[in-house]
Design a protein. Structure first.
Length: 303
């Protein structure tokens, strides 16, 4: 049985970076997440698209082994996001968000997905994330992501959700915004106080930090010479992380550390091209080889 259930956005993105422009390309938090996770394990997708969404995109998700039984096509337009990045590629600037078919979406988890052990609530309205979580029977591990749009728009619903998740993954600016703390250590303490057992703070080109109980783990980002488009890096990171955890089935801190490196490996590939172009050509040997490079990158001897 496929091991991960994900709900999140499936979108058309229009993105501008200092290096180029893409109009209405395939994007969305659930799209990036499921594509990344599909390198490690089976994925069940729950989302909605409009009538303008080409069947070819759906077929390509399915060809990756992603189970699309929970992907609804309904009258209306697909979710759209428009944004740009300046030379600080860690900071996405949203220009437009059109929820379209997501604004009236009532997610229904297909019966055969309800016993899936790993659940990822990718970035989307926290009320929808909660509706999905309520339909799953006894998940072993629940993780979620969000962004400033929802922190500002639906803070109460988000805090309710955080009471029910094992792992919360957000980026640095959002951790500060949600907690109201400038220091990341204080922000992490405050956010762990909302409920999650583990917090991972994504820091773009500076890597990721994990806070869990009393311990902290720091992972670098892969030192790429060129980053073309950071869109989807966070979701691709989460896909690698959850994919590895689900594939190995082990939730020790040591294994979560390895999963963070797999997440970082996947994100480092994704930013090399627009949309899902790089993930579409990626191979398992490339993933393994970059994992080894990460090990080398962070290795140092004891004193
Ligand atoms: P990230 O991994 O953080 O770069 O996420 C990028 C993806 O998030 C894009 O492909 C967008 O379609 C999607 N996105 C942007 N804004 C929202 C939103 N408010 N809700 C859900 N998904 C969004």
């Amino acid at each position: 049985m496929p091991e991960i259930l994900v709900v999140g956005s499936v979108a058309f993105d229009s993105v501008e970076t200092p290096f180029g422009k893409a109009e209405e390309v395939l994007g969305g938090s659930a799209t990036y997440f499921s594509t990344s996770a599909s390198f490690f394990t089976g994925v069940n997708l729950v989302a909605v698209v409009g009538e303008d969404f080409p069947d070819a995109h759906i077929t390509s998700l399915s060809k990756k082994g992603i189970n699309i039984g929970g992907l609804r096509k309904v009258p209306g337009k697909t979710f759209r996001w428009k944004g740009y990045y300046g030379y600080d590629l860690n900071q996405a600037h949203t220009l437009e968000t059109h929820l379209n078919v997501f604004s009236s979406f009532n997610p229904e988890v297909p019966e055969e997905y309800k016993d899936v052990p790993f659940v990822f609530l990718a970035n989307i309205d926290p009320e929808l994330q909660m509706k999905v979580l309520e339909q799953v029977r006894k998940p072993r591990f629940v993780a979620c992501d969000t962004m400033n749009f929802w922190i500002e728009g639906k803070p109460e619903a988000l805090k309710e959700l955080l009471k029910k998740v094992d792992l919360f993954v957000i980026n640095e600016g959002e951790a500060r915004e949600l907690s109201g703390e400038a220091s990341l250590v204080k922000a992490a303490k405050a956010i762990l106080g909302y409920g999650p057992k583990t917090l991972i703070v994504k820091r773009g080109e500076y890597g990721a930090l994990m806070f869990s109980g009393g311990s902290v783990f720091s992972s670098p980002a892969y030192p790429l010479e060129e980053v073309f488009d950071p869109t989807g890096a966070g979701d691709t990171f989460a896909g690698g992380l959850m994919g590895y955890l689900a594939a190995t089935g082990e939730l020790s801190e040591d294994n979560i550390r390895k999963a963070i490196i797999f997440g970082s490996v996947m994100a480092s590939f994704n930013v090399e091209a627009f949309s899902l172009e790089r993930l579409d050509t990626l191979t398992l040997p490339e993933i393994k080889s970059r994992y080894s490079e990460f090990k080398q990158l962070t290795h140092f001897e004891d004193i």
